[in-house]
Ligand binder design. Sequence first.
Ligand SMILES: [Zn+2]
Length: 463
Amino acid sequence: MKTVILALLSFSLFVMPGLSQPDTGAMVNRIFKEALTHQVAFENLRGLTGKCPGRISGTPAAAAAVEYTRQLLEALNPDTVWLQVVEVPHWIRGRQEKGMILSAKFGQMKVPVTALGTTPGTGPEGISAPVIEVSSPDEIRELGKTKIEGKIVFFNRPMDPELFNTFAAYGRAAGQRTRGPAIAARYGAVAAVVRSLTTRLDDIPHTGVSHFDEMEKKIPAVAVSTLGAEKLHRILRNDPDTRFYMFTGCRNAAPVKSFNVVGEIRGTTFPEQIITVGGHLDAWDTGEGAHDDGAGCVQAIEMIRIFRKLGIRPKHTIRAVMFMDEEIAQSGGKVYAAEALRKGEKHVLAMESDRGGFLPRGFGIGASDPELFSQFMSLKPYFSPWGINEFARGGGGTDIGPLRQQGTILISLVPDPQRYFDVHHSAADVFEAVNPRELELGAAAITSLIWLADQMDFSGQTK
Ligand SMILES: [Zn+2]
């Protein structure tokens, strides 16, 4: 009996106002079929990755990506397309990096390395110094200046393979890359080598940002491939006098004027209430930024296309936003939220896709209002036929995160997480690594959820 009542209750929740439940389901199915049949997002991703690979902020490739996605949006003829000015950092990689293990006992061995974003170059001669291995920035504090000074600190913490959620494993290990070099510098290290953040054992190094505060000393730092890290670890154990040689040719240039790209369909009933869907346009220069985050960009554009193609006039104002500079300073997301506040724009909902163009499994829903949260949870039956079943509490993302303080509901698309860190921030993040159906299913999932959310009443939330 109890189950019957619960079933009836959940039934009454997910029927959209003015629509029968079968009609609502039929509309979701139309959206999925449109995305899967035409594969436009996939073709747009081919264009973005082919024309603008290596589009880290401040580069000509990033500027080309702004223009390319602006044109894609213009061609869909939404109500407005505009560029929002963002000042972004400009870090230049320079000449190809070199890394070498130097052991009197075992000889010289080249290992694949890639410079970390914002770090300075080594100078033309490179740096050669004794190596000290640690598993965390905390260990540096324990070892103290006498053990660290004049050395190259080797951070060798692997991502925990026991966790199902690779993003959690990444989060636990990422501090050695984001802050490790700055902390090592504080204790007198001359450079840093960081184990690549991937669960794969291979010879592809994975880059990423390394943060130094304005007053902190900057030292050169590279990521080494996981096989390279294993090798260095083994050799150090058998020859503690091992040295490491590295060359990086990078430098920081003056900030550059860049843009977020925005396409908007104006709402018919609540035009002042905005729903934003986005991904980030910049990507590490080591690859093509196909999964990270070309996928999120073309999925947001696909949402606009499907709304237009199916003749949907949304009740709320719907935007697709390509955020600039997520990777280094997150300036696009910050400027977007600050501009919303300045203009008095009310964002009722924001959604981000920045976990790769992999098979969608569900959504993370960050709605604090219990009624709205349960409305989102009750949408699950519309997605189950498409294999999307995981609706969980808690959503957000780097680019939409700054909107949280305005009370915006934040939602993340959650694809399968097992392969993302195989490619993340590396030369393996290329168009060929994306499966068209998985990418399109993600685009359809986003579009469907936004269409369903557009039927909801956020007026309680906007008071
Ligand atoms: Zn990303």
